[in-house]
Design a binder for this molecule. Structure first.
Ligand SMILES: *[C@@H]1O[C@H](CO)[C@@H](O)[C@H](O)[C@H]1NC(C)=O
Ligand SMILES: *[C@@H]1O[C@H](CO)[C@@H](O)[C@H](O)[C@H]1NC(C)=O
Ligand SMILES: *[C@@H]1O[C@H](CO)[C@@H](O)[C@H](O)[C@H]1NC(C)=O
Ligand SMILES: *[C@@H]1O[C@H](CO)[C@@H](O)[C@H](O)[C@H]1NC(C)=O
Ligand SMILES: *[C@@H]1O[C@H](CO)[C@@H](O)[C@H](O)[C@H]1NC(C)=O
Ligand SMILES: *[C@@H]1O[C@H](CO)[C@@H](O)[C@H](O)[C@H]1NC(C)=O
Ligand SMILES: *[C@@H]1O[C@H](CO)[C@@H](O)[C@H](O)[C@H]1NC(C)=O
Length: 491
């Protein structure tokens, strides 16, 4: 949801020797890249990827196939001719008041599934919070990847939903490899279709001029965003949900409110490497020993940006790829390319110590309660900042409010991958595509013997400084959003 936005950072010239060291590092880095990698499109080991459903399935252990296929419930109807026929999977259609009732019940009961089997949460266990909307195909693959992770049986996965769907519920409840719990964001658009936080018919249209809006006396006439646009409900939900769920997990949910260990945040279109818990724990330990000021961990990064750095050959490849997809899809798809994927095994042990940058380090983020306690003190900076992205809002907190800015330890060889080619709201024409899943499977297969490192190699990135005070991306000018967000804050 945040890839593709531009960065406004540049290096600060602190001390000359750091700069010299950095230049040397960059030179070596580029040299290594140029000499050991061949990104020519024709030679890529992944250009011949077979991404058919059968091929994807063949990479998944048979015992996990159940998570990938809808489990048909036998629902029979009696035909007029008196015979029975099976109409297969039947989706229950609930009305809004039923959905609201169910959501309230889930949030109140807080049932932890599989606790009998796996025992209560330990303070050094990992809590994994997955934010889910409605993209069930990606979610299936995320679950398959989690199922294959070592030590997953000690984790608790909190599924935080903003869309109520029986099929998603039964998928999540079919998980049998660790403890799980479901929570439901109670102010969703689904349950508020014609009122705030959904779209009230009396709200101002996005593009209306302010004078016109004032004349019309539409609800939010006084509060366009800093680009002059009025609120679009669907773009506000992700940030509200993010804030609600983190508050909820740290302070309300009985199962997690006393937890002192790490909480890892994933989204429905992520995919984890089997050693992600191992690496996370190793990073946590390394932080304690070697980076006392690190307060946030990140298991993923958007490879495209750093891997194309300084290599004209790769730029060419990217350009060619772009042109191709422009022709094929009518739009540019800069995110995943086979050229950049294989880097996991070159960097499997490397972590980077760096100031936290929203657009680069928002994937597979983990922090503990002490970091959260600092963040939540700055609630107003999050809730009143005119930017609908939770990650940019978090960055705003880091830059402008935190005594100790967010400083990250980032896995250079990612342990979390982004498999969603379509955002929650940015639908493209090939949203059902699973070709990225296939590529990630291949990458992980070829990196297999480089996983589970015994120790980490640290690299340091010098202090980055923003070039000027950044305006937000807008979409968050409505005072009702500020108020709702503040009201969900628990301090
Ligand atoms: C892709 O893989 C599947 C299963 O392994 C196989 O049946 C199919 O023939 C392959 N297709 C191509 C084009 O190689
Ligand atoms: C559904 O019906 C089919 C055939 O009628 C049967 O083979 C299958 O076992 C049934 N599945 C369940 C879950 O009852
Ligand atoms: C009986 O009715 C069912 C459902 O309407 C239909 O699918 C089936 O083909 C019919 N069978 C016969 C023998 O007409
Ligand atoms: C929703 O469904 C329930 C039970 O089916 C029914 O009692 C209720 O009247 C319905 N509510 C609305 C708003 O349709
Ligand atoms: C976890 O609990 C154990 C025993 O209850 C305690 O010794 C340890 O300090 C705790 N660890 C953390 C990180 O709170
Ligand atoms: C969490 O802490 C509170 C207050 O200390 C206590 O009442 C509650 O039982 C604890 N919950 C769990 C699950 O340990
Ligand atoms: C939480 O993380 C901080 C670093 O942000 C660390 O200093 C602290 O020891 C951690 N707390 C626990 C209980 O692990």
């Amino acid at each position: 949801m945040s890839n593709g936005r531009s960065q406004l950072w540049r290096r600060r010239s602190s001390t000359t020797w750091i700069r010299a060291g950095l230049i040397l590092f960059v030179v070596i880095f580029v040299w290594v890249q140029v000499n050991f990698l061949d990104f020519g499109t024709s030679q890529s080991p992944y250009s011949e990827i077979n991404d058919s459903q059968a091929a994807i399935l063949s990479m998944v252990p048979a015992v996990l196939h159940k998570f990938l296929s809808p489990q048909p419930k036998n629902f029979t109807v009696i035909g007029p001719n008196g015979t029975y026929s099976n109409i297969g999977y039947f989706k229950t259609i609930l009305n809004i008041s039923e959905i609201k009732r169910n959501i309230a019940q889930y949030n109140q009961q807080q049932l932890v599934y599989n606790e009998d089997t796996f025992g209560p949460l330990q303070n050094d266990s990992i809590v994994i919070v997955v934010q889910i909307h409605d993209r069930i195909t990606y979610l299936r693959h995320l679950i398959v990847s989690l199922a294959q992770a070592r030590d997953i049986s000690q984790a608790l996965i909190v599924f935080s939903h903003d869309y109520y769907d029986e099929e998603i519920n039964s998928l999540v409840q079919s998980i049998d490899f660790c403890k799980i719990i479901q929570i439901f964001y109670p102010f969703s658009i689904q349950t508020h279709p014609r009122e705030f936080p959904g779209e009230d018919p009396a709200d101002c249209p996005r593009d209306i001029k302010k004078e016109k809006a004032l004349q019309n006396k539409c609800n939010n006439a006084l509060y366009p965003d800093l680009y002059g646009h009025y609120r679009e409900a669907k773009f506000t939900q992700t940030k509200h949900h993010w804030w609600w769920k983190v508050n909820h997990v740290f302070n309300q949910l009985e199962a997690t409110r006393n937890h002192t260990g790490l909480v890892l945040f994933l989204e429905e279109d992520h995919y984890v490497a089997q050693d992600f818990i191992h690496v996370l724990k190793l990073m946590e330990k390394t932080c304690r020993e070697a980076c006392r000021h690190c307060n946030i961990l990140s298991l993923g990064t958007y490879l495209k940006t750093y891997n194309y750095y300084g290599d004209s050959k790769k730029k060419e490849a990217l350009r060619a790829l772009k042109e191709q997809s422009v022709k094929q899809l009518g739009q540019i798809q800069p995110s995943w390319t086979f050229q950049v994927l294989p880097s996991l095994y070159q960097h499997s042990q490397k972590v980077e110590i760096t100031p936290w940058i929203s657009s680069k380090h928002n994937m597979g983020m983990a922090f503990n309660r002490s970091t959260w306690n600092e963040i939540v003190k700055c609630a107003a900076y999050f809730c009143k900042y005119d930017d609908y992205n939770w990650d940019w809002s978090l960055q705003h907190i880091s830059q402008n409010c935190l005594k100790q800015k967010l400083h990250a330890m980032v896995a250079r060889g990612p342990r979390v991958f982004h498999i969603g080619e379509c955002g929650v709201h940015h639908k493209k024409n090939n949203c059902a595509s699973t070709s990225v899943i296939s590529k990630v499977q291949q990458v992980l297969k070829s990196a297999k013997r480089h996983l589970y490192p015994d120790y980490l190699i640290l690299t340091y990135t010098t202090v980055l400084k923003k070039s000027k005070l950044r305006k937000g991306n807008g979409g968050w000018g409505d005072h009702r959003d500020h108020k709702l967000c503040m009201s969900m804050t628990i301090r």
